[in-house]
Design a binder for this molecule. Sequence first.
Ligand code: F6R
Length: 245
Amino acid sequence: MKIIICEDERELDIKAAEEFANHIRRKPDSVLGLATGSTPIGMYKQLVDMHKNEGLDFSRVITFNLDEYVGIPHDHPCSYHAYMDENLFNHVNISRENINIPNGLAESLEEECTNYEEKIKSVGGIDIQVLGIGRNAHIGFNEPGTPFHSITSVVELTPSTREANSRFFDSIDEVPTHAISMGIKTIMQAKKIILLAKGADKADAMYKALYGPITPDVPASVLQLHPNVTVFVDKEAAAKFPTKE
Ligand code: F6R
């Protein structure tokens, strides 16, 4: 595992975007695994700038998002469909048919999950997956206790995750109770993973994820078992890491 501690958010955004962009340049038809939330917004902004200023080409990439809420329309401002349009897709030359986000409005959510998992396999798997981390160390919406062999499924959000995400909604009652999320096994099958973490409220989760026991109680700790992970973390989120003598 490679750990890159950045001075501030801006440095993190630039370095993470550079890693992602290099991947796209080397393999223009890369399969990208994407995350939402506050953390990757700056990285997406950098990628949009690279597209506009340096011609970074998204025309052949295929994307799969980690997750989507169940039961809110795609044009709801808090849906992850809307988030991705606003922060990335509307600003780069991606082909709409190459975008995949779980459909939380599907008639059969179970079928939607099976098809999503199959579709990832059918394009040869995810080349590079970006992850944020929850304060409880969730990855995707895989909350503590999720088995490491889980695949894409409907998951129930914990009260702490609903509370954390209520900042985007008018009130906590509006935050959906369920989501579709790639499973931990799905995430671990990505060929490369980049984990981003910013801010003091992630310090505890990051310490446990990287230096604690590998356990489903700390979902992100599974990443210690992945052969190709790069972590981009700011000083605040790295505050509990052991210091080198
Ligand atoms: C988002 C996702 C979540 C977030 C995590 C951190 O697609 O799957 O695991 O990465 O909740 O969210 P932020 O970045 O808002 O702190």
